[in-house]
Design a protein around this ligand. Structure first.
Ligand code: NAD
Length: 449
């Protein structure tokens, strides 16, 4: 099938490459000429495990191409995916300007080309309830009743870090449409991706739009609940990791997404919680629970930082602090709304000297802080002479380090672990002073100073 992808970022590029991998002919459009230039030249613009290999394979076979030519992409394609940004506006609502601008452009293209044939315009961006109707109106304004197209809501559920795997073998596909023709075309397109038994769920457009926000808000709620509970565990001397195992083995609760930490970040959960809150308020049916979810999330990183301040009795000036992890989660270079930024801002405000390391996301810190930070070449490189290490992102390479080497490199063997990566008891035996989340801090008798 001929497919157009409009917006070639994390969602668009993965969608385009995976559709090409299943034999479709894909034309990706982006209005950022640098993105188009790099992707055309064979350079993957984002870090996503497994993406590079299938991108190169399909580029070589000529099944995927990149340009800034919206007209050409729309006219040759039966299905047009809108994978455009929907950042938060000032009042928290999703800003639809990119989506509606492209819808307007598509309307003009269809109006200029009345013989273009039937198109399915698919909204893959995360958008508030009612957006399908707005996209339809933006197109219809230009194209008269004779132009054949349908607008469909088809939210994307891929997880950064597992995006290729999630797209190639989705747990479910949601199609929001009341057009038999559009539903049938999308079912055909997705058929090769659906592992036996996984559902394609067809519903109306509004329910589909709500489903995406409801899923992300639910995940955010799980995280905030566990973080709130972790703080309670600290107050009463319980261990959140044991509690997590205890509740996660109940199939009604499930074991995933129960990990306490520094709170959620990234390009989706923070903005989607805000947008759903806004939509619910606008509809006169506020989702009170989400207000609390968001407050807990903001408080969590502050509370963590206070542990560091308390440990050093409020005197961070002149200390050398190493930070492992910039990305908002492992296996991605995405730093949008990453919790680390709060911590780095506070460290710099307190006049600490800060050295950071991340396996893939250093660029995100460089862009924001320039020479106000030091950038290490390796995780151990960050530790030389450090008075403390803060672990922000649980990359696999941080999970089993050489603790002896770490201790030798650091000036003070003090770790603040924002992701509960290590066994607290063992850290005491290894000679560290170790703070984590929802567990008692442990202090060894062995120190370097
Ligand atoms: N990133 C995720 O994990 C994820 C998962 C599910 C859903 N989503 C949703 O998908 C949407 C896209 O997210 P993303 O992370 O891929 O965004 P992104 O910022 O990585 O990519 C968007 C791309 O669109 C391009 N663009 C902007 N305006 C354009 C225009 N007028 N014409 C052509 N291209 C244009 C940008 O240059 C950019 O390359 C958002 O609504 C997001 O909430 C994201």
């Amino acid at each position: 099938m001929n497919v157009a992808i409009i917006g070639t970022g994390y969602v668009g590029l993965v969608t385009g490459v995976c559709l090409a991998e299943r034999g479709n002919d894909v034309h990706c459009v982006d209005n950022n000429p640098k993105v188009v230039e790099r992707l055309t030249a064979g350079e993957v613009t984002i870090y996503e495990p497994g993406l590079e290999e299938i991108y190169h394979r399909n580029l070589k076979k000529g099944r995927i191409k990149f340009s800034g030519n919206l007209d050409a992409a729309v006219l040759r394609s039966q299905v047009v995916f809108l994978c455009l940004p929907t950042p938060p506006g000032e009042d928290g609502s999703a800003d639809l300007k990119y989506v509606l601008q492209v819808a307007d452009d598509v309307g003009k293209i269809l109006a200029r080309n009345p013989g273009a044939g039937y198109k399915v315009i698919v909204d893959k961006s995360t958008v508030p309830v009612g957006t399908s109707g707005k996209v339809d109106a933006a197109i219809r304004r230009h194209a008269d009743a004779k132009i054949e197209y349908d607008v469909v809501s088809n939210p994307e559920f891929l997880r950064e870090g597992y995006a290729v795997e999630d797209f190639l073998r989705p747990e479910r596909v949601v199609i929001g449409s009341r057009s038999e023709q559009a539903i049938s075309i999308l079912q055909d397109l997705y058929e090769p991706f659906i592992p036996a038994g996984n559902p394609v769920i067809v519903m109306d457009e509004k329910s589909s739009e709500v489903t995406k926000y409801a899923a992300n808000a639910f995940l955010a709620m799980k995280i905030s609940y566990m973080n709130d509970l972790a703080n309670f565990c600290e107050a009463v001397g319980a261990d959140i990791d044991k509690v997590r195992q205890g509740i996660g083995s109940d199939s009604r609760i499930g074991s995933k997404f129960l990990f306490p930490g520094l709170g959620y970040g990234g390009s989706c959960l923070p903005k989607d919680v805000k947008a759903l809150l806004r939509s619910a308020q606008d509809a006169g049916s506020p989702l009170a629970i989400l207000q609390t979810v968001e407050e807990i999330n903001q408080e969590q990183r502050k509370r963590f930082f206070r542990k560091l301040e308390n440990h050093f009795k409020g005197k961070l000036e002149g200390l050398r602090v190493a930070v492992w992890g910039i990305a908002f989660k492992p296996n991605t270079d995405d730093t949008r709304e990453a919790p680390v930024f709060y911590i780095l801002d506070e460290l710099l405000k307190a006049k600490a000297s800060v050295i950071v390391f991340d396996p893939e996301a250093m660029q995100g810190a460089r862009q924001r802080y320039g020479d106000r930070l030091e950038y290490a070449e390796s995780s151990y490189g960050a530790l030389q002479g450090a008075d403390a290490l803060i672990i922000v992102t649980e990359w696999n390479e941080f999970r089993k380090p050489d603790f002896g080497l770490m201790k030798n490199l650091m000036r003070q063997p003090v770790i603040f672990d924002g992701r509960n990566v290590y066994d607290a008891k063992k850290m005491k035996e290894r000679g560290f002073l170790y703070h984590s989340i929802g567990r008692k801090a442990v202090e060894s008798h062995v120190t370097n100073v």
